[in-house]
Write a protein that binds this ligand. Structure first.
Ligand SMILES: Nc1ncnc2c1ncn2[C@@H]1O[C@H](COP(=O)(O)OP(=O)(O)OP(=O)(O)O)[C@@H](O)[C@H]1O
Ligand SMILES: [Zn+2]
Length: 572
């Protein structure tokens, strides 16, 4: 039994997450966690809301709420929508909770002891009317290169040039529009990453199990040369720059930068899990306390990769303490929405609460896994969604389960028949499984989720093909025993399909397995023996209750309604 630690990129707190966030981090992590649990491994899957920083403060302001109360509310909303999508976190914590605050302050202190922290004075734009320093992207103005009037303080979206906020002409606050700005000096802590380049590069070189997307992004950053990074901000909402409750001199009104404390939140959430009675957190994170046999797997969208392959490792490796670092890192491209990116700030796309309003979590889980933005960006369209759900879930899986369980009730008294002996059709089906099951497991191990979903679909389709060959409903008229073999094999396929469905569509999978009375200890993904045994695994004579309809077809009228409601229409 292996020990596998899994984290998905922490969802930011400024509102309900969209289907892109789900597809690019939480969902694949959950599919993988479920798979590894079914393989019999000891899995710890943790996540948390990422709560600090300016966007959270602004979102709270906009909602007319105190920032902590706002975060409390949003955390609960995200937790509930995670449950709606059956995300099986062992713990869903918060970066604003005490363990993360302690750990963040601890890392800052240790990094300082190693000579990796420097106090430096910087010039930053202060907005007098907003009464705050403006983060770079909250300063806008005219681009000095191309004259674009809404260039951001970090980059011009028109000509693409990187900017400093002080480069902008006619700068104004994006928050209030105020031009009443001035440049002020402010002191900050910097993490001296320039001293750690070799250490980080050696570590990246030694990380042999990262997929290519992750590795290439890490090298791109390293090749551009690391820069020292400011890790504090002039904000109220965040981890105080303090030690044992005493603020650092000159840093009384300052907090750590959200990108410094957020990834530490993976550890913080594990401590929360331990404090809630989960177990020993150090055995998952400290290689001197038992974590040396842990495999640590991270999931995230591509914009987060640099922070996980360079910035966060700089914190961890810089501490020179025996922390567990990432072994496998699965990165995703974008799920796109009609030509653009899903966006929280622009409210573009379908959000998790709205999605659950329309259809149960399993429908979305299947679509977003089978259509994962894995090798490239993946487009969400209503027609594609409708087509995939109707064919894979309603027709191929749903029909199969329905047909054979109902037939058992009508012709075999609702019990699994024992008569007859398997023949060439059953041998054909077993051969399909002998070839496809190992391929499926290999794809899941490799975190190739599109391929894995395609393999599951192919197995479901092979089951339908088997029934077409075996045709128990025709044979029943002349040879009841031959029909019994087809029904018995079909029912065993239903159980197997339910077992295979578990990581992808767990609610439907439970319904199928419960209907067939498959006990918990017979639901695992251990397919070691010959597949023929899987086709005769259920006890002869057992009673079958057909499950209620598993998946409803999506009608054209629904697609029209949702297109109208969400504005998802092809661009003119
Ligand atoms: N369209 C998308 N497709 C796939 N992954 C995405 C998409 N948008 C965001 N992600 C990923 O979702 C995870 C959580 O993101 P986070 O909560 O920080 O939102 P975000 O990246 O700021 O998105 P947005 O800009 O829409 O608010 C990150 O790993 C991010 O890379
Ligand atoms: Zn420009």
């Amino acid at each position: 039994m292996a020990r596998i630690l899994i984290t998905s990129a922490l969802p930011y707190i400024n509102g309900v997450k969209h289907l892109g966030n789900l597809a690019g981090s939480m969902l694949p992590a959950d599919v993988y966690a479920r798979f590894q649990r079914l393989r019999g491994h000891d899995v710890l899957y943790v996540c948390a809301t990422d709560e600090h920083g300016t966007p959270a403060e602004l979102a709270a302001d906009a909602a007319g709420m105190d920032v902590r109360a706002y975060c409390d509310e949003q955390h609960d909303i995200q937790k509930r929508s995670g449950e709606g999508f059956s995300l099986s976190y062992d713990y869903f914590g918060r970066t604003s909770n005490a363990p993360n605050i302690r750990l963040t302050q601890h890392f800052a202190q240790v990094l300082e002891e190693k000579g990796l922290i420097a106090e430096r004075v910087e010039e930053q734009v202060f907005s007098i009317d907003d009464d705050r320093f403006l983060p770079d992207r909250y300063v806008e103005g005219t681009c000095p290169h191309c004259g674009f009037e809404r260039a951001r303080g970090d980059q011009c979206d028109n000509c693409g040039r990187l900017l400093e906020p002080t480069d902008l002409k006619e700068p104004y606050s994006k928050i209030s529009g105020s031009k009443n700005l001035e440049v002020r000096e402010t002191k900050h802590l910097h993490l001296v990453q320039t001293q750690m380049e070799t250490k980080i590069r050696d570590w990246v070189d030694a990380s042999t199990e990262w997929p290519s997307l992750a590795k290439s992004i890490a090298y791109k950053w390293l090749d551009e040369g690391l820069r020292d990074r400011s890790i504090t901000r002039d904000l109220k909402w965040g981890v105080p720059v303090a030690q044992d409750g005493t603020p650092r001199e000159g840093f009384e009104g300052k907090v750590f930068y959200v990108w410094f404390d957020a990834p530490i939140g993976y550890i913080g959430a594990t401590v929360e899990w331990a404090e809630a009675g989960g177990g020993d957190w150090e055995s998952w994170w400290r290689t001197d306390k038992g974590a040396d046999d842990v495999t640590y797997v991270q999931f995230m969208g591509k914009d987060n990769v640099a922070f996980h392959t360079v910035s966060f490792p700089a914190t961890i490796l810089g501490s020179e303490e025996p922390w567990k670092t990432v072994d496998k890192l699965k990165a995703f491209n974008w799920l796109t929405w009609y030509g653009g990116k899903f966006s929280t700030s622009e409210k573009r796309g379908v959000f998790m609460d709205q999605a659950l309003d329309i259809l149960p979590g399993d429908y979305w889980r299947w679509y977003l896994t089978a259509n994962a933005p894995e090798g490239s960006d993946a487009a969400f369209t209503w027609e594609h969604f409708q087509g995939l759900i109707n064919s894979d879930l309603a027709n191929v899986l749903g029909n199969f389960v329905n047909r054979i369980t109902k037939y058992t009730v009508s012709k075999f008294d609702g019990t699994l028949p024992s008569a007859g002996t398997p023949g060439e059709n059953e041998a054909w089906m077993a051969a399909e499984l002998d070839q496809r099951l190992p391929a499926l497991v290999a794809n899941m191990e490799a975190m190739e989720f599109r391929k894995a979903a395609a393999e599951v679909r192919a197995i479901w389709a092979a089951g339908n093909e088997y029934l077409t060959k075996a045709e128990p409903w025709v044979k029943y008229k002349s040879d009841v025993d031959a029909a019994a073999v087809g029904v018995r094999t079909g029912l065993n396929l239903v159980a197997l399909f339910g077992i295979l469905a578990q990581p992808f569509i767990p609610e439907a999978a439970s319904k199928i397995l419960d209907a067939l009375g498959v006990p918990d200890d017979r639901r695992s993904w251990e397919f070691d023996g010959p597949a023929s045994a899987l086709l005769d695994a259920l006890p002869h004579g057992m009673a079958i209750t057909p499950p209620a309809v598993l998946f409803a077809k999506i009608e054209d009228a629904q697609v029209a309604e949702w297109t109208e409601r969400f504005g998802g229409a092809p661009e003119a």
